[in-house]
Design a protein around this ligand. Structure first.
Ligand SMILES: [Zn+2]
Length: 233
C-alpha cells in the first residue's frame, strides 16, 4: 500500500498483509485481522481499555472475536457481549438482546464503555431514540466508541429499511439486504449538540493508519463521551 512506511499489526505485531475482497494489503497474515479490527484495537488501547487496576464496565455489541478475546483477557473489565443471534457465537457467552426494546434492562449510568462496529444500521427504528438510550446507560466520563458505514456528510440520514417489503428493496436503497438505514451529516450534528456529551472522530492520523496497513482517511471511528459529573462544592 505504501512502500516507504513499514507496516505492523497493532494486535499481533505481524508485518505481513495480504489482499482481501479486492482491498490491497488489508488482512494480517498472522492474526487475520482486517482494517476495522486493527483500528478498533488501537483506539481501545489509546482509551485505556487494556490498562489494569480499575474496575470498568464494558458493553460490546456484536463482538468481533479477535477484539473480545483481547478485552476479556483484562480481568479488570466487567465485559458484556450482546447480540440477537447468540447462536452464531460458540466461543463466548452473550446476552441475547433485541435493540432497541431490550435497552431497558440496563440501569442509568452503567457502562464505562459501549463498543460497536457496523451495528447501528441494523437496528430498526430511529437512531436518535437509540442514541438517547446509549447516552442514558453510559456512565459519566464514559465513552461510546463505534463505527458505521459513512456517515455521508453530503446527505441526510435515511431510515425505514425495516418497513420495506423485501430484502431486494433494502439492498437497492441501503446497499445491503439487512441494512435499515444510511447515515448522513445530521448524525454528527446530533452527536455534537447533545447535552452533557462531547463528540469527536478518532484522532488517528493518516500516517498512523498507513503504519497499521489501513488506507488513509478510511475506517473513521466515532467517539461520543459523557461529561464527568460536576464537582460538588
Ligand atoms: Zn495481526
Amino acid at each position: 500500500m505504501n512502500q516507504d512506511i513499514k507496516t505492523k499489526c497493532p494486535i499481533c505485531e505481524g508485518e505481513t498483509f495480504v489482499d482481501f475482497n479486492g482491498r490491497i494489503n488489508v488482512k494480517c497474515v498472522s492474526c487475520s485481522s482486517l482494517e476495522r479490527h486493527r483500528i478498533a484495537f488501537q483506539i481501545y488501547k489509546n482509551e485505556g481499555l487494556f490498562e489494569e487496576g480499575r474496575r470498568r464496565y464494558v458493553l460490546h455489541l456484536a463482538p468481533e472475536r479477535i477484539l473480545s478475546e483481547k478485552l476479556m483477557a483484562n480481568r479488570d473489565l466487567s465485559y458484556f457481549g450482546s447480540d440477537p443471534r447468540t447462536e452464531s457465537y460458540n466461543w463466548m457467552r452473550l446476552l441475547k438482546l433485541y435493540l432497541p426494546n431490550d435497552f431497558k434492562i440496563f440501569d442509568d449510568n452503567y457502562f464505562d464503555f459501549i463498543l460497536h462496529n457496523h451495528v447501528m444500521e441494523h437496528i430498526p427504528g430511529s437512531y436518535i431514540d437509540h442514541l438517547h438510550e446509549f447516552q442514558r446507560i453510559l456512565a459519566p466520563g464514559g465513552a461510546m466508541i463505534f463505527s458505521i458505514p459513512g456517515p455521508s456528510m453530503s446527505k441526510l440520514t435515511e431510515e425505514g429499511g425495516e418497513h420495506l417489503s423485501s430484502p431486494e428493496e433494502r439492498l437497492a436503497k441501503f446497499g445491503q439486504v439487512d441494512h435499515f438505514k444510511q447515515f448522513g451529516r445530521d448524525l454528527v450534528d446530533f452527536l455534537e449538540a447533545s447535552d452533557g456529551m462531547r463528540f469527536q472522530f478518532d484522532q488517528l492520523t493518516d500516517i498512523e493508519r498507513v503504519r497499521m496497513s489501513i488506507p488513509k482517511g478510511s475506517n473513521r471511528f466515532l467517539i461520543w463521551r459523557k461529561n464527568q459529573r460536576r464537582q460538588e462544592n
